[in-house]
Design a protein around this ligand. Structure first.
Ligand code: PHE
Length: 477
């Protein structure tokens, strides 16, 4: 039956009657589905058309076994009736009936003293002890089935012939907003209502002030942050520790000199590097280490011949915006050299600055990803293996290495990866084995090597997100 006619049945009944005392009886007399009726009552109650009160009733219902006996007769009666007046052998009796009915029925029939069991020869033999019996179990089951009160509840429950069931229904009266017909309140004041002029008589739906609004499209994570988190996870999974990179301002000493970058190197020119005006120079440098760096640049040592120029402290003191996070790596390696040597794996992802012309692939500031391993006996093969592992996890499977030059690494390799979508090899990073000219002045043991690599965070992000202009990724747009 359609919902609206169920609704009509309830509302029109209440027009002439005080109350529907029991929804189920009402459903039976009006030929409605009770579950559907309950839903309609709940809805009418919600809008105040009716006032519904819960009524709950606990009733007994028959289990499957119980209703089987209610339809035929209890097992004890079935067994009793199967015993003829002259008696019967157990095997013959058993053969006449259902096994389960026999085994349950015979016990109760014996207990009730309806039957006796004796031995005839050597076989068990049943005889009637009474002429007739009354099937009280069946009577009780039928009573329970018809919703009548029953006496020996415990016995029936114990034999799992009945079980408890809660019945739920409503008693219903007129509610504060009762009307014989439900009216659909308007949700909006429309142009139509205004033109027809009947807005005055229309019932409007109340505002639901606790309704949740539409979810707003806002607060997305920036792609650079997402890729940074992804790369950070890769490093952590590979057992690397993150380096503290929270200083954008660095001295030329840590950014260049410690990395065996000669003071006349073009990268140290203000065309490539942002130097600070205030404070223009650094206050403190580690003096003994500074002496060893100076010596390495001027005359070399440990089989190196150095650069053979006059190393100037003034130049090393100049403050700048760090041009690479390798400045942090040298600080970390220097610190590591101060204690007993332990192998380390370090990484960092942070911002660096270069005084470059801005175009579609270059900005004056970007993020550098840097990884390094410091241990005894490392080789170029280890570096290639680590790079393969790292880039593989980033989704770059095909790698090639090309010889390159950095003042602080030897040998040095640029890393290229093949991209199917561009059909070409793209440069994705730079790497190398840190020179002894860098490591030995720090005080690291002679047999310790460092393999290191760096790449920009922007490049893989642009590739992963299909962004072809870096200014779309980073900056005011
Ligand atoms: N510092 C290098 C750069 O700016 C990256 C690099 C790091 C290269 C470590 C080799 C070893 O590109």
């Amino acid at each position: 039956m359609a919902q609206s006619s169920v609704e009509d049945a309830v509302l029109s009944y209440l027009q002439t009657h005080e109350e529907i005392p029991n929804s189920e009886e009402f459903a039976v007399s009006e030929q409605l589905d009770h579950t559907e009726l309950l839903n309609v009552i709940k809805s009418l109650n919600g809008f105040g058309y009716v006032e519904a009160k819960d009524i709950k009733k606990e009733t007994w219902v028959l289990t499957d076994e119980g209703s089987k006996y209610a339809n035929s007769s209890s097992p004890e009666v079935q067994v009793f009736e199967a015993v003829p007046l002259e008696g019967i052998r157990q095997d013959q009796l058993e053969a006449k009936m259902d096994k389960q009915v026999f085994s349950i029925g015979k016990n109760f029939a014996l207990k009730n003293k309806w039957l006796s069991l004796s031995k005839e020869g050597n076989v068990p033999f049943y005889r009637r002890m009474v002429e007739q019996v009354q099937d009280i179990i069946k009577e009780q089951l039928l009573a329970a089935k018809n919703g009548k009160d029953i006496q020996n509840v415990d016995a029936l429950k114990k034999r799992t012939l009945i079980k408890r069931q809660t019945w739920k229904g409503f008693s219903v009266r007129k509610g504060p907003n009762y009307a014989p017909q439900r009216s659909k309140p308007a949700t909006d004041l429309t142009r139509d209502l205004l033109q027809k002029g009947n807005w005055d008589n229309v019932e409007f739906k109340d505002y639901n002030f606790s309704a949740l609004g539409q979810p707003l499209e806002c607060g997305h994570l920036h792609p650079l942050l997402k890729v940074r988190a992804q790369i950070c996870k890769i490093f952590l999974e590979m057992g690397y520790e993150e380096m503290p990179t929270n200083n954008f301002v660095e001295s030329s000493f840590w950014n260049f000199d410690t990395l065996f970058q000669p003071q006349q190197h073009p990268a140290r020119d203000s065309h490539d590097t942002f130097f600070l005006k205030v404070p223009a120079t650094t206050q403190r440098l580690p003096e003994d280490y500074l002496e060893r760096v100076k010596t390495m640049h001027e005359v070399g040592g440990h089989e190196s011949i150095g650069y053979g120029y006059d190393w100037k402290r003034d130049e090393a003191e100049k403050n700048l915006l760090r041009t690479h996070t390798t400045a942090v790596s040298t600080r970390m390696l220097h610190a590591l050299a101060q204690g007993e040597f332990t192998p380390k794996k370090y990484f960092s992802i942070d911002r660096v600055f270069r005084n470059e012309a801005v175009d579609r692939t270059h900005l004056a500031e970007f993020h550098q990803i840097e990884g390094l391993i410091c241990d005894r006996g490392l080789t170029l093969g280890d570096l290639m293996g680590v790079l393969n592992e790292f880039f593989q996890r980033l989704g770059m499977k095909k790698l090639r290495f090309k010889p390159a030059y950095n003042p602080y690494t030897e040998p040095s390799m640029e890393i290229f990866s093949y991209f199917d979508m561009f059909n070409k090899w793209v440069e994705v990073g730079n790497s190398g084995m840190i020179r002894p000219e860098v490591l030995l002045p720090m005080g690291l043991p002679k047999d310790v090597s460092v393999i290191a690599w760096g790449l920009s965070l922007e490049r893989p992000t642009m590739i992963l997100y299909g962004i072809d202009n870096i200014r779309d990724l980073f900056g005011h747009k």
